[in-house]
Design a protein. Sequence first.
Length: 95
Amino acid sequence: MFIIADFSENQINGAIIDRQLIGRGTLLESIDLIATEITADGTFVGDVELTSDATGVGVYAGAFGGTQATSIAGGISIENYLEGVENEEEFGAFV
């Protein structure tokens, strides 16, 4: 996972790559955290898309903390992204 925070533009974006279904070894597609605003209180909420075709599959959100926003924490929620699988949901956190 990588996050890019541009405080001069108050924008954040990123990606989660090398995803894998634990226990099965199934590789999962990379997802993009679409650029969104960092608000005045250091929080953000944005869309998540599949890297391959920009299909919207969920949301991510979080907040910056610490002196000069040196820390970040957040989560993602995505669904309906695997062909041939119905009602799949994935949740994750990052710190």
